[in-house]
Design a protein around this ligand. Structure first.
Ligand code: FAD
Length: 343
């Protein structure tokens, strides 16, 4: 459905939906082809999963960096994109994508921004993501004060009594890491077996054996006690009703992410198992002018890796060039030949 042009709409060449690593690199690739970008993200900070879920974890498979912390990678990507002056709209979701009269789209956000563009790159990862909350009465009173669904800075937990709930990679990895700084770490898991990487699970069990981590298994979270947003006791129970009460300052429930495609599901692009179907050579979706890259896409052989998303960003930018600059022939150039403004 087209609708009259919104006169207050901001103008750009491309709107990138999602400021994760792949969306940020798309800004660079678009910039190298003289295309300007606005970037919208639901989160208050750029960096997608890298910032929100594992900023202090090292990544080992970014080409050229034998080891780089996820947060540092995002800093570098933002610096790499900066010469092309992207406009960030953070803390707001892209809610609507409307075809414009005369071509292109009007992108609308939950904070009322309207951005007119020639093309859209959906780099929305797993969609607007949020944590699976444990169903504990009153938990919202503690959230952000003593219940956290992600660890931004390990130092925030120095000398605290930490209870981690969950049995997957995130729970295991943070138990290992926080055991180095916290006053005490207890892990509540409903099964005796953990699903983390075998080497990490072995280290967890070794630290439990040495008394540095307490494993409370097979128990489930049953309640929180405290006041003014501060937890004092975490209650855990077995299926048979046996109860454990753990004195704690902090609860970290790691039950995975709720991945919600959200409004993207209504944009008319073909989907398969909650992923956007694309042509892997271009990132083109079934809607002309809408491209998708990164974790959100599916095609035969797709790998959900940052490095794959980077390559997809380059291919999408080249495919979009004729839409933004229909009168200019695209001459493929290396960055070494072309250079980057101000660098
Ligand atoms: P994301 O990073 O998910 O970013 C998408 C962004 O889009 C989010 O910020 C989201 O808020 C935003 N968004 C979604 N919908 C909307 C909307 N409607 N409006 C506005 N914004 C929206 N990969 C590797 O290559 N190597 C590793 O070692 C590695 N380790 C990992 C460790 C952990 C613990 C985790 C969780 C992941 C790891 N990954 C790793 C995976 C990697 O983080 C992802 O492949 C990568 O983040 C995907 O980038 P992206 O930009 O496609 O999406």
């Amino acid at each position: 459905m087209t609708r009259p042009e919104n006169e207050s709409a901001q103008q750009t060449d491309i709107v990138v939906v999602g400021a994760g690593p792949v969306g940020l690199f798309a800004v660079f690739e678009a910039g190298m082809l003289r295309m300007r970008c606005h970037v919208v993200d639901t989160l208050d900070e750029i960096g997608g999963q890298c910032t929100a879920l594992y900023p202090e974890k090292p990544i080992f498979d970014i080409p050229g960096y034998p080891r780089i912390e996820a947060g540092a990678l995002i800093d570098h990507l933002a610096e790499q994109a900066a010469p092309f002056e992207p406009v960030y709209h953070l803390g707001q979701q892209v809610t609507a994508l409307r075809p414009r009269e005369g071509g292109g789209f009007l992108v609308e956000t939950s904070k009322g921004a309207a951005i007119a563009c020639r093309a859209v790159i959906v780099a929305a990862g797993c969609g607007a993501f949020g944590p699976h909350r444990p169903p504990l009465p009153g938990i919202e009173d503690y959230e952000g004060k003593s219940v956290f669904y992600m660890v931004r800075r390990r130092e925030d937990f120095r000398d605290r009594r930490v209870v981690i709930a969950g049995g997957g990679d995130t729970a295991v990895d943070w138990a290992l890491s926080l055991s180095e700084v916290a006053a005490r770490v207890a892990v509540i898991h409903r099964r005796p077996k953990f699903r983390g990487a075998p080497e990490s699970v072995a280290r967890l069990r070794a630290l439990a054996y040495a008394g540095r981590i307490e494993l409370i298994i097979p128990y489930q979270l049953a309640g929180l006690e405290g006041g003014d947003g501060r937890i004092e006791t975490v209650v855990a129970r077995t299926l048979a009703g046996e109860e454990r009460r753990i004195e704690a300052d902090v609860l970290l429930p790691f039950f995975g992410l709720a991945m919600e495609l959200g409004p993207i599901a209504d944009w008319g692009v073909d989907l398969e198992h909650k992923h956007v179907v694309v042509d892997p050579a271009t990132g083109a979706t079934s809607v002309p002018g809408v491209f998708a890259i990164g974790d959100i896409v599916t095609y035969p052989g797709k790998l959900k890796l940052i490095l794959t998303g980077f390559a997809e960003a380059a291919m999408a930018a080249h495919a979009i060039h004729p839409l933004v600059h229909p009168d200019q022939e695209l001459h493929f150039e290396y960055s070494t030949t072309q250079g980057v403004p101000g660098r």
